[in-house]
Write a protein that binds this ligand. Structure first.
Ligand code: SAM
Length: 236
């Protein structure tokens, strides 16, 4: 799967793909990452990409010309690319979106800076608008990296063990059950004894109950649509 970042600051993003899981996925050709800098398309003498806001207002906006030329150039070569704009006004990005977008062959993130992007560019090119939360970042790079990371781990074979995706948080509307590793006892706190007995059906049942309880406690909003409640389960 290919990810492209339209950004004034490719260096901010590049390093993220040099290490760890995504670094390895890139090296092994499971994902590809490239960059396009709208500044390179600016027709102004000083490669200007921003301007004052029409009608006034604090701060500058990314102007339409460099972005329009960059996107037109890019999409001419890759017409099937799915164009995502990270913006505070977008719909909240969720795990469902990460899984859905992992099936695309090419996602392009258009990273805003300053006070954002001239709205006409968004209207012209956006396939989807996403927000990563109700707060304002200085630029779209971080938001795009968050989405790219979440999408990438759902691309086949990017994680060492694809099965680890199945029990993760937000699958089936639940948070993942609490997890433990060795030692079995740490600072007088024990791993649930059922986890140590090797009965996988029972462990799965217990994990489901714990996932329900954890979700009810931390994210009751997610739990609203769950048919199962902790009381309905026999592992208590
Ligand atoms: N003036 C804009 C507003 O109030 O909606 C905020 C612009 S912000 C300083 C600059 C860029 O950061 C945006 O164009 C967008 O690309 C990105 N950004 C900021 N907050 C974001 C969020 N919560 N989710 C996704 N992208 C965000």
């Amino acid at each position: 799967m290919r990810f492209s970042f339209l950004t004034l600051f490719p260096g901010l993003v590049e390093g993220y793909f040099s290490d760890s899981i995504l670094g390895r996925a890139k090296e092994e050709g499971k994902i590809a990452v490239d960059f396009l800098n709208p500044r390179d398309f600016s027709l102004s003498r000083h490669k200007k990409v921003d301007d004052y806001q029409a009608g006034g207002g604090a701060g500058l906006l990314m102007g339409p010309q460099p972005l329009d030329d960059a996107l037109a150039y890019f999409l001419k070569k890759t017409p099937h690319a799915h164009v995502v704009f990270p913006v505070p006004a977008g719909k909240p990005f969720t795990q469902k979106d990460a899984k859905r977008l992992a099936k695309k062959s090419h996602v392009v993130f258009v990273c805003g800076r300053y006070e954002g992007i001239d709205e006409r560019i968004v209207e012209e090119y956006a396939d989807e608008l996403f927000s990563i939360g109700d707060y304002v970042l200085t630029g779209g790079e971080l938001a795009s990296m968050v989405m790219c990371d979440a999408i990438s781990r759902n691309v086949e074979a990017v994680l060492g063990n694809d099965a680890s995706l199945d029990e993760e948080s937000f699958e089936a509307g639940l948070l993942e059950a609490p997890s433990f590793t060795k030692p079995n006892e740490f600072k007088n706190k024990c791993v649930p004894s059922e986890f140590l007995k090797g009965n996988h059906a029972k462990i799965a049942g217990l994990k489901k109950v714990m996932a329900c309880a954890k979700t009810q406690f931390y994210r009751p909003d997610l739990f609203v649509n769950q048919k199962l409640t902790c009381q309905e389960k026999d592992h208590r």
